[in-house]
Ligand binder design. Structure first.
Ligand code: ATP
Ligand code: MG
Ligand code: FE
Length: 335
């Protein structure tokens, strides 16, 4: 089984071919970071234009690298949502055209299911499983009792973790996307500024990062008023320590409560060194298997979409040419 997958939900134009849901045959990602940098974030219209220019080239390159012809493919998968509607539609229309031209089934994939299934490319999933999804637009704990079954047991009430990283980076005058820069700076400080942790109600698995973000902004503002220079390394470390501690503690508590056999991390922020180390240590001590994708499978890519699609294909999920982009699509079970 060979699935051609396409992902264009945000600012990466990506395509990949996945064999049997576990093996990457080819994986191509064209990032727009350089052109989006000058705007300090992703401008939807700019993203769509880049996707239009890139998509055909990226799909061809993916087939070439795999040394495969369309006739050898089993299905075409594409991200249906959530994401920027104009960006999603470029990938969806490319996928529809390809599927129609080569008489292949079409599989609509949820972007976050894709992030989670990046882990299926690392090791077989063991259920029940707890996924910590931390990305640019999402922060949630998802319980999976089997393939294709998703229960969101907690989520952010305001900013996503990645969003908080990007906003704090802006305060520190660092370029977009800020996550990797803060991560690097945080490791250069011994002690961080003491910022608050948002635990919310005692039993809650929800998250909140806007208070932390405001605390960083206020700290900078107060220092400016006093004519003092902030130390970006200490701010980065203080911020990262707060994010990592809350994410690790809540994930650990949920893993215990639901007695899971595996914990996985997914999404762009799971590329964070501090978070990876903290989760690895916590679950090693707890004797629960922990998996996180290699860095380039944490941020947006199409290999993860192909991995999820493979299990969807096996479960009989099919889309059709009427499929549309769904910007606010919810994570629903497919079984
Ligand atoms: P979503 O997946 O929720 O739709 P998205 O696709 O825009 O959002 P991703 O591509 O999964 O998000 O992740 C991008 C985010 O990951 C950005 O906010 C970026 O700052 C963050 N990020 C990337 N690397 C790191 C890192 N090392 N540390 C912290 N954050 C990081
Ligand atoms: Mg991105
Ligand atoms: Fe993403």
């Amino acid at each position: 089984q060979y699935i051609l997958a396409i992902e264009t939900s945000c600012d990466e134009t990506a395509a990949a071919i996945i064999r049997n849901g576990t093996e990457i045959v080819s994986n191509v990602v064209a990032s727009q970071i350089e052109s989006q940098k000058r705007f300090g974030g992703v401008v939807p219209e700019v993203a769509s234009r880049h996707h239009v220019e890139q998509i055909t080239i990226i799909i061809e390159e993916t087939l070439e690298k795999a040394e495969m012809k369309p006739s050898e493919l089993t299905a075409v998968a594409v991200t249906e949502g959530p994401g920027l509607v104009g960006a999603l539609l470029i990938g969806i229309n490319a996928a529809k055209a390809f599927a129609f031209a080569h008489s292949l089934p079409l599989i609509p994939v949820h972007h976050i299911a894709g992030h989670i299934y990046a882990n299926a490319l690392v090791a077989p999933m063991q259920f029940p499983l707890l996924a910590l999804v931390v990305s640019g637009g999402h922060t949630e704990l998802v319980l999976m009792r089997e393939h294709g079954s998703f229960e969101v047991i907690g989520e952010t009430r305001d900013d996503a973790a990645g969003e908080a990283y990007d906003k704090v980076a802006r305060v520190l005058n660092m370029p977009y996307p800020g996550g990797p820069h803060i991560d690097r700076l945080a490791h250069e400080a011994q002690v961080g500024v003491d910022f608050p942790r948002a635990w919310l109600e005692e039993n809650s698995y929800d998250f909140s990062f806007s208070g932390l973000k405001s605390a960083v902004i206020n700290y900078k503002h107060n220092m400016d008023q006093r004519g003092e220079e902030i130390d970006p390394k200490k701010v980065a470390k203080g911020f990262q320590d707060s994010v990592v501690e809350v994410l690790t503690t809540k994930t650990l508590r949920a893993a215990r409560e639901f007695q899971v056999n595996q914990v996985i991390a997914a999404g762009g922020v799971s590329a964070n060194k501090g978070l990876r180390t903290s989760l690895e240590q916590a679950f090693e001590k707890e004797c629960i298997s922990f998996t996180v994708p290699p860095l380039k499978l944490c941020t947006d890519n199409a290999a993860m979409i192909g991995a999820a699609a493979s299990y969807m294909y096996n479960a009989g999920v099919r889309g059709d040419l009427a499929m549309n982009g769904i910007p606010g699509k919810e994570l629903k079970s497919w079984i």
